[in-house]
Structures are given as structure tokens and as C-alpha cells.
Design a binder for this molecule. Structure first.
Ligand code: LER
Ligand code: MN
Length: 294
């Protein structure tokens, strides 16, 4: 089937379905990009989420392979590890984090992505290094700078809260909305990851409902961060809420093996079931639920 026809079929299907699906490729780390993109397309995803490490990719090749496979890039999952801290007490450290985010904004634009993830401080930083007041001021100032830059290259930012075991900074969507409301940006929104939300929200569906049109990206994972359907999160009320609030972003599977450091798979781990098996099971489970929504 030609590339044009595949594109037409995809766009008809997209208009008939409520949701667009994407897969975060952190668990594919180490594979050739063509294998990653081909797998995601094979199981019926609309898009792929790339890891926020620009040096790993040849953007021209990414665009060519994705075009051939009839998929898009939904988003870039920025990697906020040590050295990428927008609220660090040292100005030069904050600047390093801003520069990193700008690089990710450029990457997002170059691969035709819709948004990239922004978090104020790195995964695993478990206590503040300055006063709460100062850190919040830096978070607002620097996310504003990153968002403004993202606007100049035509992409959005999505602010993601993580659970209490990954960060002290904020853990719930309403806390991220607090920061978002202090920004003067039309290209910023909130990102809700069901794995983190299963830990720190009272009710995942209600948190999405309250966030409403401010929600611009999601990560879908079951309670154990495996494929939706492999844990105890009930995705029916969650997807019903996303439909009710007219969520138009991507349902992006971000699945990570059961290890305390979510970036362990970058360094090479045993994530075999997160390749074909979970890529297939995740979308099957959510599409089955989608077909039952009111
Ligand atoms: C990133 O999207 C995330 O959810 C964090 O847990 C870091 O991987
Ligand atoms: Mn996430």
C-alpha cells in the first residue's frame, strides 16, 4: 500500500475514533530506530514518543522512517536527571536545565512533535535545596522561559507531576495547575501520568476531569507501570472522563519495568515483555475500553 493511501486510511480512522495512541520508546533503548518505529506502527499506534536525548537520533532518518510507517511523533519525553534542574540554587545549573529544554523544543519541532514534557526538578531529587518560595519562583520563571522558546519553534510544553517516590516538588495535577496558572503562555498544559496518579491522586478520573481543557498530554500505564490491563487500575472511568472533557492529545503508553529508578532501562535492562508483548496488549486493552464508552 502506498504512503499516500496509508495516510488517508489513518486520517479517516482517526476521525472515527475518539483517541490517538502513542508509545514511549524508553523501553526500546538500544534498538535501531527503524525497529522501534515499525513495531509501534505494526500494533496500530498513531504516533511514537521519543526519549529526550537528542544525540540518540538522526532527525531526518526519524522523519523518513515514520513517514514510511505512516506514524507521527506525538511528543518528546524529556529526561530530567541530575544536571537538569530548573530550580537548582546555582544559577548556572538552572541555565543548564533551560538550555536542555530548549534543545528538546528544537528536537520536538524537527521531528514534527506536538509537545514535550517539562518538570521543575530531576527524578530522584527528594528534597529542596532552597526555600519553597525561591524554588517556586524559579519554577515559574524558568518554565515561562522554556515555554516562550517552545512557542517560537511552534511546539507545546506539558508539565508533568510525578509521584512522591520520584520527587518532592509536586505530586498531583492540581499542584501543577497552580504553577501553570502563574504562567503567561498559550502553548502550555498539564500532563497526567496514570502511574503517578494511581499513587498520589484520590481519584484519577476526577483529577483529569478537574484539569479539563488544561490537560494536553497523558501517559498511560497500569498501577504497576506495566501495560494497561496488567495491574489494578480501572481504565473505563478514566477513558470515559477523557472523552467527556474532549481530550484531544495522545494516550501515550509509558511503561517501565518494576525498578526504583525509572531510567534504569536506558542503561540496559531486561525489558523484553515491554517490546512486542506490552506494545500490543496496551493498545488492545485501551481500544477495547474505548469501544465501550458512552
Ligand atoms: C516521565 O514521564 C515520568 O513519568 C517519570 O517517572 C520519569 O520517568
Ligand atoms: Mn510519565
Amino acid at each position: 500500500m502506498g504512503k499516500y493511501l496509508r495516510g488517508v486510511i489513518k486520517s479517516i480512522r482517526r476521525n472515527l475514533m475518539t483517541f490517538k495512541y502513542s508509545y514511549n520508546t524508553i523501553v526500546y533503548t538500544g534498538e535501531e530506530y527503524s525497529a522501534q518505529s515499525t513495531r509501534v506502527a505494526k500494533y496500530g499506534y498513531d504516533a511514537i514518543e521519543l526519549v529526550g536525548e537528542p544525540d540518540w537520533y538522526n532527525f531526518k532518518e526519524v522523519n523518513k522512517i515514520n513517514g514510511d510507517n505512516g506514524i507521527k511523533v506525538s511528543s518528546i519525553c524529556s529526561i530530567f536527571m541530575e544536571g537538569r534542574d530548573l530550580v537548582h540554587p546555582e544559577k548556572s545549573e538552572r541555565q543548564k536545565a533551560i538550555d536542555y529544554c530548549r534543545e528538546i523544543a528544537d528536537m520536538t519541532a524537527e521531528v514534527g512533535g506536538h509537545t514535550f514534557i517539562v518538570a521543575p526538578s530531576p527524578v530522584g531529587k527528594m528534597r529542596a535545596l532552597a526555600s519553597e518560595e525561591e524554588e517556586r519562583k524559579w519554577a515559574v520563571e524558568n518554565i515561562q522561559k522554556v515555554g516562550e522558546y517552545a512557542g517560537t519553534v511552534g511546539v507545546n510544553i506539558s508539565i508533568e507531576p510525578w509521584n512522591r517516590y520520584e520527587t518532592y516538588f509536586f505530586n498531583r495535577l492540581d499542584q501543577a495547575v497552580d504553577i501553570l496558572d502563574q504562567l503567561d503562555l498559550s502553548n502550555a498544559g498539564i500532563h497526567g501520568d496514570t502511574f503517578h496518579m494511581a499513587i498520589d491522586e484520590k481519584n484519577i478520573a476526577e483529577a483529569y476531569r478537574k484539569t479539563g481543557s488544561k490537560l494536553n498530554h497523558t501517559h498511560m500505564a497500569d498501577s504497576n507501570r506495566a501495560a494497561p490491563g496488567q495491574g489494578h487500575t480501572d481504565f473505563l472511568p478514566i477513558l470515559q472522563t477523557l472523552k467527556d472533557i474532549n481530550f484531544s492529545g495522545y494516550l501515550t503508553m509509558e511503561l517501565i519495568p518494576a525498578v526504583s529508578d525509572p531510567f534504569a532501562c536506558i542503561r540496559g535492562g531486561k525489558a523484553e515483555e515491554f517490546k512486542d508483548k506490552y506494545t500490543e496488549l496496551s493498545i488492545k486493552h485501551l481500544k477495547d475500553i474505548e469501544s465501550r464508552l458512552k
